[in-house]
Design a binder for this molecule. Structure first.
Ligand SMILES: NC(=O)c1ccc[n+]([C@@H]2O[C@H](COP(=O)([O-])OP(=O)(O)OC[C@H]3O[C@@H](n4cnc5c(N)ncnc54)[C@H](OP(=O)(O)O)[C@@H]3O)[C@@H](O)[C@H]2O)c1
Length: 333
């Protein structure tokens, strides 16, 4: 009998998404949720007690320094992604960092540069890319199932009440639609159409100064276009339509946790393709991280670091046109 060593995960931050991610890890036999780090002892204790996590730290540095942790999942608000990921990389840890990877491209370049210098694994937690249905979307599009892709529509908006204390509305915590949900749409457009050559967009900046909703058009080589609608105060259908010369493909709502799509072609019956989600979905990105670690790969081919950098540069460009800067940012682009 071969005994396979489990991958020992450290969880940095004890907020809403960290809880869900741990549930995702617990569905994977090759993963062990081994340690948690929090800014507060009480939070670290509660999080670890409720989930049976063996080690707890009331300091992120101690978590990063634990020699028995293999990989750290960074689950803090956006402005802390860069310093938290750097802390872990400097301590020699592999890192999975929540989306948006950082607040701006300059931070992203620093973090990616450090991982590459140290030869350590690093990936943006763009979990949407790892669902089985997204694999099918990539395959169908590259096989020309709808001809040459010319345009796409993608939206991600939800209705939430204005709460200046929430990270969604607080500029100091990187609030606003673009960094929270727009990044999914920019990343989807990048996955299908590649790096954009330019963008135009309009946003509504709300009472706290963050973008509460926005419409953006990305321009891609050959006149291909991606149309993005995003919001944190307005619910949208949360669907994707990819349009080609021979038909179109709709990823059904919620497209960011996709389970089915319909392919429509002229003079043909439309075809529905399903790929049911197992677990809460975070298991897929975590499985990819562990596959990379097992194979000695320092980045994932599904969410490559150069693409993460390109997405961050696109986001910088989009909000530069709105005059949206976050506190402490020197220049956004
Ligand atoms: N992939 C997804 O589907 C998804 C969904 C939601 C959010 N996210 C991303 O995950 C990140 C965290 O989001 P969340 O909704 O989990 O946020 P949250 O509930 O506010 O939790 C963030 C955690 O970060 C830590 N933290 C460190 N410095 C902080 C500060 N100054 N203020 C507040 N918290 C601080 C806290 O943990 P301690 O007190 O234990 O240190 C806190 O519990 C964001 O970047 C977001 O974009 C991803």
């Amino acid at each position: 009998m071969t005994i396979v060593k489990k991958v020992r995960w450290g969880i940095l931050g004890t907020g809403a998404i960290a809880k869900q991610f741990v549930d995702g890890l617990n569905a994977l036999p090759e993963a062990e949720v081994f340690a948690v780090g929090s800014r507060s002892e009480a939070s670290a204790a509660q999080f670890s007690d409720e989930r049976g996590i063996p080690r707890r730290y009331s300091d992120y540095e101690e978590l990063a320094a634990d020699p028995d942790v293999d990989v750290v999942y960074v689950a803090t608000p956006h402005p802390f992604h860069a310093p938290n990921a750097e802390l872990c990389l400097r301590a020699g840890k592999a890192v999975l960092c929540e989306k948006p990877f950082t607040v701006n491209a300059a931070e992203a370049e620093r973090v990616v540069g450090l991982a590459r210098e140290k030869g350590l694994f690093l990936m943006e937690g763009m979990w949407t890319r790892f669902f089985p249905l997204m694999e099918k979307v990539r395959r169908l599009v590259s096989e020309g199932a709808i001809g040459e892709v010319r345009m796409l529509n993608v939206d991600f908006g939800f209705r939430t009440e204005l709460d200046p204390a929430s990270r969604l509305f607080d500029p100091r915590l990187g609030g606003g639609a673009l960094l929270d949900v727009g990044v999914y749409c920019v990343s989807l457009a990048s996955m299908v159409l590649g790096r954009p050559s330019g963008s135009v967009g309009l946003s509504h900046l709300g009472q706290t100064g963050v973008d509460e909703q926005a419409s953006v058009i990305l321009e891609h080589e050959g006149g291909r276009l991606a149309n993005l609608s995003i919001g944190i105060r307005t619910a949208t259908p949360q669907e994707v339509t990819i349009m080609g010369t021979d038909g179109f493909l709709r990823i059904h709502s919620p497209w960011w946790r996709p389970a089915s799509m319909t392919i429509s072609r002229p003079e043909k019956e439309s075809e529905t393709v399903e790929a049911p989600v197992s677990g809460n979905g975070f298991n897929y990105e975590a499985a990819e991280v562990m596959r990379c670690l097992e194979n000695g790969e320092t980045e994932s081919a599904i969410m490559p670091l150069d693409e993460t950098l390109s997405v961050m540069r696109t986001m910088d460009g989009i909000r530069a046109a709105w005059g949206l800067r976050y506190p402490g940012e020197e220049v956004a682009s």
